[in-house]
Design a protein around this ligand. Structure first.
Ligand SMILES: Nc1nc2c(ncn2[C@@H]2O[C@H](COP(=O)(O)OP(=O)(O)OP(=O)(O)O)[C@@H](O)[C@H]2O)c(=O)[nH]1
Ligand SMILES: [Mg+2]
Length: 322
């Protein structure tokens, strides 16, 4: 079975693993009639189950902590999440491999081997999901953004990894924990703040050499749905972001968590339809050619890609629009 790799990028604690969990967990619920199924391998399934319990436990207290629990591991012992993708009730025909590495890998203090590892990863992956902690981006005019989201390091990483690209890539900005901003009607501010704080990255991605190969979208995800940011408490000079439930009996109810996947599959289908020579993603053409049902299913799925309320295609329309 062919495998496509996707990197989950973002510093420790921003919510990469939680995003993956909600993405998988809500997929079947959210896609309605579309004849597609994600099947995690055994190891992924067990880890996702644990994370789900962790996420739901945020709702045990009225005040959610949002504490940091790190993904452990060495480069050859990474948290890899593998999902088979195919039609419902059929053998999956493509494997989506999400590399969910520990956020510490791109800290300034990470060893050269670790940094090299992340660069190689980024080069090999058809798509990158940049997970952004929305409260850090939005509150007190981004006072804590640099500390929590590290836009500069992410920018530097792209500058080395996206040199001399020979085939298209998809970059997805996924602000998480953004209940307050989306529900509160501040989605335009969210988009604006991403443009401001990641200006260096956008300048690079829109440069002549890079732009023709890279599609960029923003897909805000409400990772828990019923837990909203409430305030920042300072503790020995360290900010603690506090959250609260929207009601006493509020339940785990993520919103839009399948949207990054919709955009990813839409991008893959368009690569196939463009019918050009895409270097090492050429097998996609064979994959789609063999299964017209799959083409139809992904076409349908793509129609559900949101395009308002904080969802934006920033560049690369030709890689996304049919
Ligand atoms: N309040 C709130 N907390 C969340 C949300 N999503 C995740 N968390 C909590 O934030 C913590 C960090 O989330 P993770 O998903 O583990 O973050 P990560 O990016 O995978 O971190 P590393 O694996 O260390 O790189 C966990 O304790 C989660 O329970 C959310 O939407 N709201
Ligand atoms: Mg993690």
């Amino acid at each position: 079975m062919h495998e496509l790799k996707i990197t989950m990028l973002g510093p420790t604690g921003v919510g990469k693993t939680s995003l993956l969990t909600a993405m998988y967990e809500q997929f079947a619920n959210n896609i309605g009639e579309v004849d597609l199924q994600l099947t995690p391998d055994d190891e992924s399934s067990a880890t996702l189950q644990e994370r789900l319990i962790d996420l739901k436990s945020l709702l045990d207290d009225f005040e959610a902590k949002g504490g940091v629990k790190s993904t452990e591991g060495e480069p050859n012992d990474l948290r890899s999440f593998r999902f088979g993708l195919g039609r419902r009730g059929k053998q999956p025909s493509l494997q989506l491999h999400f590399q969910d590495y520990p956020g510490g890998y791109h800290l300034a203090t990470a060893s050269p081997e670790r940094k090299q590892f992340v660069k190689t990863l980024l080069t090999e992956c058809v798509a990158v999901l940049i997970t952004i902690d929305a409260p850090a981006l939005m509150e007190v005019r981004g006072r804590w953004n640099e500390k929590f989201n590290r836009p500069q390091q992410i920018t530097d990483l792209f500058k080395t990894a996206y040199q001399d690209l020979d085939s298209p890539r998809l970059v997805i900005f996924a602000p998480v924990r953004c209940e307050k901003y989306i529900k509160g009607g501040a989605s335009l501010d969210l988009v604006q703040r991403i443009k401001e704080e990641y200006k260096g990255l956008f300048d690079f991605l829109t440069s002549k050499e890079v732009e023709s190969n890279v599609a960029v979208v923003i897909t805000p995800v409400q990772t828990v749905g019923s837990v909203v940011f409430s305030r920042i408490e300072m503790n020995d000079g360290e900010p603690k972001f506090k959250f609260r439930k929207i009601g006493h009996d509020a339940k785990y109810s993520p919103e839009d968590s399948e949207q990054p996947l919709r955009y990813l599959l839409r991008f893959l289908l368009k690569l196939h339809l463009n019918n050009r020579n895409w270097g090492f993603f050429n097998f996609l053409r064979d994959w789609f050619s063999m299964d017209t049902h799959l083409v139809e299913a992904i076409r349908k799925l793509s129609k559900g890609c949101k395009t308002s309320g904080g969802f934006v295609v920033l560049q690369g329309d030709s890689y996304l629009n049919f």
